[in-house]
Design a protein around this ligand. Structure first.
Ligand code: SAH
Ligand code: F3S
Length: 492
């Protein structure tokens, strides 16, 4: 009887859920999902897609046929938000044609502006911050059933979406992101991320390794471990880092405990090795390393496993110690240079890329020259370069004047960009007349007769297709190059 009773209840529930998942004509509801900003946001969108898939949605690439449009947004610079606002206007017409269409804003801009976003952008029905994605089905229901706008911008100290298997959106089926932590505790004075993504928390390493194993079984050959500050990753058997005293955390991160005590922790160096051991044919990349936290242990993990790529993204922001202090970055020019020396010593030939931010409050011509000279000294392989954009609520916005004019910012940025172009061209040229192991990711942009992939150091390599396939490793002898691409031919 009881069993039968349960069964009836289950069926009734299933019926309810199906009603919610389908349109009136019985068709499945369609989600259009668009992402802006950093890799973490693209990775989050795959979690969102997974949550909505479990709620009966399918995805569409045409927003005109969508029942729900979600825009996963970025708030890092003002122009990132302006782009999203412009995009929202494109959806107005779609909403006119289909009044039951829901438009939701997710991610960092949603978290930053909260209900103000709904007041300012009338077509927005749902606002959801980065830690509230499990609530999206309820938020959608609230809007459809009750005709109200819905918002959830609560930040969590625990949420890591560890149990959710992301739906891999787009991509080649060869490379994938795995989020290993969320949030950031660093409080760089210019940065809005600690406010929009909340406190730092690490994800259970077992769930990370499982995700990597599943990806490998599905044919993926490269994973990128993602976090705002991967070197600060720390797992202690389920307890959260915030519950530990500062000294224990510091010692654990630096691998300074005795062996027994250290075994209680999984640091980023340990995690890298665990993922590398999934399969030697699985390449492991990671981003972002923070100069304040990266340890030699991480460098030795990279050296120990051939499949951990010799490539480190190490944002410097500025070459001036005075600026770095004002930015609250936690390292000086000299310490950064020492770190680069350690990398070059421990991992000879390691590629290094960076983020540079120009025109921060009170930056002088001398400070700027120090940034250019540091770039020359390090010889970065690649750089993301930005002009400072004041973000409301940050320490810099509250305490410092944004006193560098737009004209000076853009002139300095242009100088930084041209310095980097020269360095990148030199870097690419060094790859000529060598054999590179390339993981094939797809066709070259210019011709279907050529395949394209990347070498260990993350440089794009293009070569004639012959019989090679996407997802294979191919040894390519490179005989020429453009500014950013190596060109060659497969060899045995
Ligand atoms: N977690 C990463 C950075 C995340 S934000 C780290 O450790 O550095 C990505 C980059 O955006 C930053 O490295 C910085 O160069 C840039 N950025 C952050 N805030 C900015 C702002 N207010 N204006 C301009 N660029 C900014
Ligand atoms: Fe931002 Fe600094 Fe964290 S740049 S994301 S506060 S490391």
């Amino acid at each position: 009887m009881l069993q039968e009773g349960n069964k009836i209840i289950d069926e009734a529930r299933q019926g309810e859920v199906l009603d919610r998942k389908q349109n009136k004509d019985g068709s499945q509801k369609k989600l259009f999902l668009e992402s802006y900003g950093c890799a973490m946001n693209f990775s989050d969108s795959e979690i969102v897609a997974s949550i909505l898939k479990a709620d009966g949605f399918t995805t569409t690439t045409d927003f005109n046929e969508a029942d729900v449009i979600f825009v996963n947004t970025c708030a890092i610079r003002e122009n990132a938000e302006q782009r999203v606002r412009a995009r929202l206007h494109d959806f107005k017409k779609a909403k006119k044609n289909n009044p039951s269409l829901l438009v939701g804003v997710l991610g960092c801009m949603a978290e930053r502006l909260k209900s103000k976003l709904m007041e300012e952008e009338k077509l927005v029905d749902i606002v959801a911050g980065p830690d509230s994605y499990r609530d999206l089905p309820n938020l959608i229901e609230k809007v459809t059933e009750e005709g109200q706008k819905a918002i959830n911008v609560l930040l969590s100290r625990e949420e890591t979406y560890a149990d959710i298997s992301p739906v891999r959106l787009g991509g080649s089926g060869v490379t994938a992101y795995i989020s290993i932590m969320r949030g950031c505790d660093n409080m760089c004075s210019f940065c809005v991320v600690p406010f929009t993504r909340g406190r730092e928390r690490s994800r259970d390493p077992e769930s990370i390794v499982k995700e990597a194993e599943q990806l490998f079984a599905d044919g993926y050959r490269e994973v990128t471990l993602l976090g705002q500050n991967v070197d600060s990753y720390l797992w202690n058997g389920g307890g959260l880092k915030k519950d530990l005293d500062a000294e224990t955390v510091q010692k654990a991160l630096a691998h300074e405990h005795d062996k027994v005590k250290q075994a209680e922790f999984v640091t980023f160096a340990d995690l890298l090795e665990k993922v590398a051991l999934v399969n030697p044919e699985l390449r492991v990349r990671f981003s972002t390393s923070n100069p304040r936290d990266i340890t030699d242990a991480v460098l030795y993990s990279i050296v120990k496993h051939d499949n951990i790529c010799n490539y480190i993204h190490l944002p410097v922001q500025s070459g001036s110690t005075r600026m770095l202090e004002k930015m609250n970055r936690g390292y000086s020019r000299e310490q950064y240079i020492k770190l680069i020396e350690s990398i070059n010593r421990i991992i000879p030939g390691c590629a290094i890329s960076t983020d540079v931010m120009t025109g921060f409050c009170s930056e002088t011509e001398e400070d700027h020259q120090e940034t250019l000279s540091l770039m020359e000294l390090v010889q970065y392989d690649f750089a993301y370069m930005f002009a400072y954009s004041e973000r409301p609520g940050t320490l810099a916005a509250r305490q410092y004047e944004d006193d560098i004019t737009a004209a000076i910012k853009s002139r300095r940025l242009a100088e930084i960009v041209s310095t980097q172009q020269k360095l990148s061209a030199q870097r690419t040229a060094k790859g000529v007349d060598k054999i590179h192991r390339v993981l094939v990711e797809g066709f070259s942009k210019k011709s279907k007769e050529f395949l394209s992939g990347r070498n260990d150091q993350n440089t794009v390599v293009v070569f004639p297709k012959e019989d090679f396939k996407v997802g294979e490793y191919v040894n390519v002898y490179v005989d020429k190059c453009t500014v950013a691409t190596l060109i060659g031919k497969a060899v045995q």
